[in-house]
Design a protein around this ligand. Structure first.
Ligand SMILES: *[C@@H]1O[C@H](CO)[C@@H](O)[C@H](O)[C@H]1NC(C)=O
Ligand SMILES: *[C@@H]1O[C@H](CO)[C@@H](O)[C@H](O)[C@H]1NC(C)=O
Length: 221
């Protein structure tokens, strides 16, 4: 049988395009303003919406990203402030999240991944070393100064490090999911509940039981 190569290529192309173009499902309405006061009795893929006739401009605006987060509140020296459906309900079903990331001098957003979103970040203040590792274990890394952007592909482990010892750094990110999810590699492996058994961590990281205990304690686990 003769295969229709152009047709096959077209189908493959369409398949790839549809797969790459969208992260979250496409909305079926102009907007679907999240009902932030709804009781959690109905569980759907996203947030339930208010009556569209009740929509106002205020549902599409927020000042949540105006103020820096407190970078002393965790041991790594960073703070992420989100604009999401909780404070910007008009984002619901749009496949978007925005994040303000404040990083103290020599603070680090430790290696982590977002299972449901790619992220593009723009450095607004300071000097930030960023990087991600692809699935062939290759690192792509860059030093960002104000005005520079960098993209972290969906699901890949990445980090942001303020290389300045004293001055704070600020970067703002857009993510293509309204619920990107985040897993910090060290926190997930050493402080999960219940914990991963020591033997697994000893073998997996080629360290001793004492090392496991020390890392766990250092991470607050
Ligand atoms: C971020 O800062 C806010 C206050 O600005 C604080 O309530 C919150 O706990 C901080 N979050 C983290 C993860 O440190
Ligand atoms: C930031 O967090 C630290 C530690 O939790 C706390 O001591 C400090 O008062 C906070 N600063 C502000 C401005 O909220």
């Amino acid at each position: 049988m003769k295969t229709s190569l152009p047709l096959l290529q077209l189908l493959l192309g369409l398949n790839l395009l549809s797969g790459l173009a969208s992260s979250d499902p496409d909305p079926l309405q102009d907007y679907c303003i999240a009902d932030t006061k709804a009781s959690q009795s109905l569980f759907i893929n996203g947030a339930s919406c208010i009556n569209p006739n009740s929509a106002t401009s205020s549902h599409f605006t927020t000042s949540a990203l105006a103020k820096p987060g407190n970078t002393s509140a965790n041991r790594f020296g960073f703070n992420v402030t989100l604009a999401n459906t909780a404070n910007l309900p008009g984002l619901n079903t749009m496949g978007l999240t925005m994040a303000r990331i404040d990083i103290a001098g020599n603070g680090l957003v430790p290696p982590h991944s977002h299972p449901r979103a790619s992220e593009v970040t723009i450095c607004l203040e300071g000097t930030i070393l960023v990087g991600f590792i692809d699935t062939s274990n290759r690192q792509f890394t860059q030093t960002l100064r104000p005005g520079d952007s960098f993209v972290f592909p969906k699901g890949l482990i990445h980090f942001l490090y303020n290389v300045d010892t004293k001055g704070p750094a600020l970067t703002v990110s857009g993510l293509n999911s309204q619920n990107p999810g985040v897993q910090i590699a060290s926190i997930a492996t050493f402080t999960s509940k219940p914990t991963i058994i020591d033997e697994v961590l000893e073998k997996g990281f080629q360290i001793s039981g004492q090392d496991v205990g020390k890392i766990r304690r250092n991470l607050g686990g």
